[in-house]
Design a protein. Structure first.
Length: 360
């Protein structure tokens, strides 16, 4: 029976996994992408929640679980095995679809207005230990993109840099920073002070001071619980909209509204916090500014993800320059910096190319 790569959410957690969906006579068997049976969805338990045919992904639901398949050959295989799932003709569906879109947009907009207050209250109730566990799980999930770089000397140098940045920060958690072997210029701040630096960003950094500025920025995101707040906002509005309307593009729209609500102010706060951490660590902010200035001159077609996913690069550069910090010593000794630059030397090549950039 044919199988297809798919994205799977089990309905119990928010984790999204890559799986193989096999279309059989009585249902769809789901297995881990690397092998290992998960479950089988019987056709009489499945509903079609979004169908864009050859123009986009096809999404299926079983209770709160969701399966998204991008392969354009999947709809034909599914409808051949389960004809009842085939959607009606566009002419009959159009009025209902238009009405559903209007209701969806209005409902999500209303939820978006209340979102900041709801999210702040929810985040305040999450214990730091639980946030750290969430961050650890999400870092583990991200490793489907590439292998972690495990060179001992490089990791030790990175740990020394993180310790220097956080020594006087009074963080509520123990920060953990790892490098993954993905050739994309980006870094991710996860809940609980878990930071992932992609190899592309490390390769692009010309000095330890440049990397220190980026790490200080991401550590501020973590200390302000921006990652947790943003994820709860995005997930919360998607769940509420799904409960009211059923799954559609509403979930993605909710995430987009949440990003508009938080990103600009969060990024400004993280940049300001980075300058504070650099000052307390005795590291110059010139490298941080140089990093942004150099990347901002990249052509629009190839602008690194670290800038393309953040608002107003020119304004951010100006703010960093205006708040310049004098350093006492380089962020790392030359031997440590050289070791850190070689941290991914033994890591296998990533299966992700720059054209498949992730959002930070």
């Amino acid at each position: 029976m044919p199988d297809f790569l798919a994205s799977y959410v089990d309905g119990v957690s928010a984790a999204r996994r890559r799986v193989r969906a096999s279309v059989g006579e009585h249902g769809i068997a789901l297995a881990k992408a690397e092998g290992g049976y998960i479950t089988t969805w019987s056709y009489d338990e499945i509903s079609l929640v979004q169908d864009e045919g050859s123009r986009g992904p096809l999404r299926l639901a079983r209770d709160l679980a969701r399966l998204t398949v991008d392969d354009p050959d999947f709809p034909a295989a599914l409808y051949a095995a389960a004809p009842r799932l085939r959607p009606g003709t566009p002419s009959r569906r159009l009025p209902g679809a238009l009405a559903a879109i209007a209701v969806s947009v209005g409902t999500v907009a209303a939820l978006g207005l209340a979102l900041p207050w709801l999210t702040e209250g929810a985040v305040a109730l999450i214990p730091i230990a639980a946030e750290e566990r969430l961050g650890d799980r999400e870092v583990a999930d991200l490793q489907i993109l590439g292998e972690p770089c495990v060179n001992a000397a490089g990791q030790a140098a990175l740990d020394r840099l993180v310790d220097r940045l956080t020594a006087h920060a009074g963080l509520p958690f123990h920060a953990k920073v790892v490098v993954e072997s993905v050739e994309i210029v980006n870094a991710f701040a996860f809940p609980g002070g878990r930071i992932v630096v992609l190899r592309g960003l490390l390769d692009e950094s010309k000095s330890a001071d440049e990397l220190a500025g980026v790490l200080a920025h991401e550590l501020t995101h973590a200390s302000k619980r921006h990652a947790l707040r943003h994820q709860m906002a995005s997930a919360g509005i998607g769940v509420l909209a799904e409960m009211v309307l059923g799954y559609s593009t509403t979930g993605d729209l909710g995430a987009f509204i949440a990003e508009l609500t938080y990103s600009r102010s969060e990024e400004a706060e993280a940049d300001a916090g980075a300058l504070v951490l650099l000052r307390e660590a005795g590291i110059s902010s010139a490298g941080f500014a140089d990093f942004f200035e150099r990347l901002s001159h990249t052509t629009e077609a190839s602008i690194p993800t670290y800038l393309s996913n953040h608002p107003s690069p020119a304004d951010r550069l100006a703010a960093v320059r205006a708040g310049a910090v004098e350093g006492t010593t380089p962020a790392l000794a030359p031997t440590d910096w050289n070791a850190l630059k070689r941290i991914c030397a033994d890591a296998p090549p990533s299966n992700v190319t720059p054209s498949r950039r992730k959002r930070s």
